[in-house]
Design a protein around this ligand. Sequence first.
Ligand code: URA
Length: 212
Amino acid sequence: MRVHVADHPLIAHKLTYLRDKRTDSPTFRRLAEELMTLLAYEATREVRVEPFEIETPVAPTTGIKLSNPKPLIVPILRAGLGMLEGMVRLLPSAEVGFLGMQRDEETLAITTYASRLPEDLTGRQVYVLDPMLATGGSMGDAIQFLVDRGASNITAVCLLAAPEGIATLQARLADIDPPVTLVTGSIDEKLNEHGYIVPGLGDAGDRLYGVV
Ligand code: URA
């Protein structure tokens, strides 16, 4: 797995306000979306494109457009939904699939409770969105699910990552070729005994959508 920490002052600035516990839910949602757009710029460096001819008012020239099949964006429900708008803003013609995953707060075990994805993902370029890479369990399961359906080029995008989650994914995804790329705004210090990222930003789903 290739890991890319998007190191930019605007990303660090927005992350700071996301981390601050005084930031209210509407502001948190806006910042998560804006931060995702900045991460999307980094995450799409290798998006597949092809040349096509256009004419400017002055002369013909060759431009580029997204190749078919269009990229697939997969937010992991529910917190990944908070990143979706920020991503489709940069890739409006992408398709969107959904994976619902939940972790048991006591055992930290992951279950998949919903999926809405094409059966066949052969050759598809896929962007998986989940704000917090904590234990790496749900992201690992999501990526395995996509690989089993044939996805061949996967980029995982997280606002924050824990070193433990990155190590777990590195070991679990070592044989995937081409390697999965992880793009994150920060690698934080550690996971605590409850599976929260430290210093982190708390429960991303709750801060986006409330405790429901
Ligand atoms: N999920 C979250 O929302 N926050 C964490 O810190 C870890 C997992």
